[in-house]
Design a protein. Structure first.
Ligand SMILES: *Cc1c(COP(=O)(O)O)cnc(C)c1O
Length: 413
């Protein structure tokens, strides 16, 4: 029984280097977050070893006495946190959760209406590169060109014309609130199922910081590692009548043995997300994002949709003659970790992209507030506007290193 550094110094060293990278850079990737070390501990626990096909009380392996208690605890906590009729905590990831819902409720070739990838949707919502588009017929709605908010009357018209069996809401780069009731009404009007993928938003929803889709949707899927701060994994919530087909679709339909260690981590995550400290982080995440959008707008940047209601800000770099790819590389060189992102109706391909997506979850967990957000915006602004000034880069790099030392990651063990 040797520690990792002794058993495999090569991997051990890479783990150490990643810890240092996390401590010495500022993470503005909207899809990432830190998680408490108790969650990493649960992920690394002996439950990583247990084979437990099936569900509590109905397993295909023996020795599940504690595993059953654990999964039941995770399910009960999850239902309570989100006010859901039913929860399945076995999906390995967000995409796995989405596939399980599709295969539970749709037949091959059925029609689905979802948000366009290039307007902020997700690959697993029927993008051409995703196998979802080979199994089902997807058509996509998008944002209105003037407001850059979801074109709800466009959704209604498409639903009337296309008669989908399911309407999917949810996005990975949409900075505004989604009117779930309106989409639920559109779905009901054409007798379609209504599914919401709240992967990015689950933590904000759990904290009550933004409205929940759970009362409005037949199915809600999410990942646990984004705003929810729970480590990797996926979850499905659904209304009571769909509990049995959803469970059958996850196992044996789409997956084999669940990762019980990850279910242990999910149980811890749902427990911690019910605390006041978690709610405070989520509210500050929103305040930091709002501040970031205002600060960029004040420096002349075009913010997609004019601002934000959630944890992310989408900046259109095209007016500056800059691509997202170039901006991402310049910022990484000084320790600011962001990601390039297409802007609605972008003429660049997604690898190049005309914009940047910036998120505030990970800096907020470090304790950063509006004062720090303003400094970060100043640095980004200086680097994007004047990348060739030889004096600026080392000065900013030093300032970032100092800020990072001042706000160590509380959760990197
Ligand atoms: C991040 C994300 C997912 C992906 O989840 P994985 O865990 O990477 O499979 C799914 N849907 C949306 C909207 C997302 O933002």
């Amino acid at each position: 029984m040797l520690p990792l550094m002794v058993d495999d110094p090569e991997v051990g060293a890479l783990v150490d280097r990643e810890k240092t990278r996390l401590q010495e850079t500022i993470n503005l990737i909207a899809a990432e977050n830190q998680c408490p070390s108790s969650i990493l501990e649960a992920q690394g626990s002996v439950y990583a070893l247990k084979a437990a096909e099936g569900y509590p009380g109905h397993r295909f392996h023996a020795g599940c006495i504690h595993t059953d208690s654990l999964e039941q605890l995770a399910v009960a906590r999850c239902r309570h946190l989100f006010g859901a009729d039913h929860a399945n905590v076995q999906p390995h990831s967000g995409v796995a959760a989405n596939l399980s819902v599709y295969f539970a409720m749709l037949d091959i070739g059925d029609r689905v209406l979802s948000m366009k990838l290039s307007h902020g949707g997700h690959l697993s919502h029927g993008a051409s590169a995703s196998m979802t588009s080979r199994c089902f017929q997807f058509r996509h709605y998008g944002v209105a060109p003037d407001t850059e908010r979801i074109d709800y009357s466009g959704v209604a018209a498409l639903a009337e014309e296309w008669r989908p069996k399911m309407i999917v809401a949810g996005a990975s780069s949409y900075p505004r609130l989604i009117d779930y009731q309106r989409l639920a009404d559109i779905a009901a009007g054409v007798s379609a199922y209504f599914m919401v993928d709240m992967a990015h938003l689950a933590g904000l929803v759990a904290a009550g910081a933004i409205p929940s889709p759970v009362p409005h949707a037949d199915f809600v899927t999410f990942t646990t590692y984004k705003t929810l701060m729970g480590g990797r994994g996926g979850v499905i919530l659904c209304k009571k009548p769909y509990a049995a087909p959803i469970d059958r679709s996850v196992f044996p339909g789409c997956q084999g043995t669940p990762a019980i260690n990850m279910i242990a981590a999910k149980a811890v995550c749902f427990h911690l997300a019910a605390n006041a400290a978690f709610r405070a982080i989520q509210h500050q995440t929103l305040a930091n994002a709002r501040c970031m959008a205002e600060e960029f707008a004040g420096r002349g940047y075009r913010i997609v949709s004019g601002g934000t209601d959630n944890h992310l800000v989408l900046i259109d770099l095209r007016p500056m003659g800059l691509t997202g790819d170039e901006a991402e590389k310049r910022l990484e060189a000084v320790g600011l970790i962001v990601n390039r992102n297409p802007i609605p109706n972008d003429r660049y391909d997604p690898q190049t992209a005309g914009g940047l997506r910036l998120g505030t979850p990970a800096i907020t967990v470090r304790g950063m507030q509006e004062t720090e957000v303003k400094r970060i915006v100043d640095w980004i602004d200086a680097i994007l506007k004047d990348p060739n000034d030889p004096k600026i880069i080392p000065k900013i790099r030093d300032a970032i290193a100092e800020l990072c030392r001042h706000f160590p990651h509380p959760m990197v063990p």
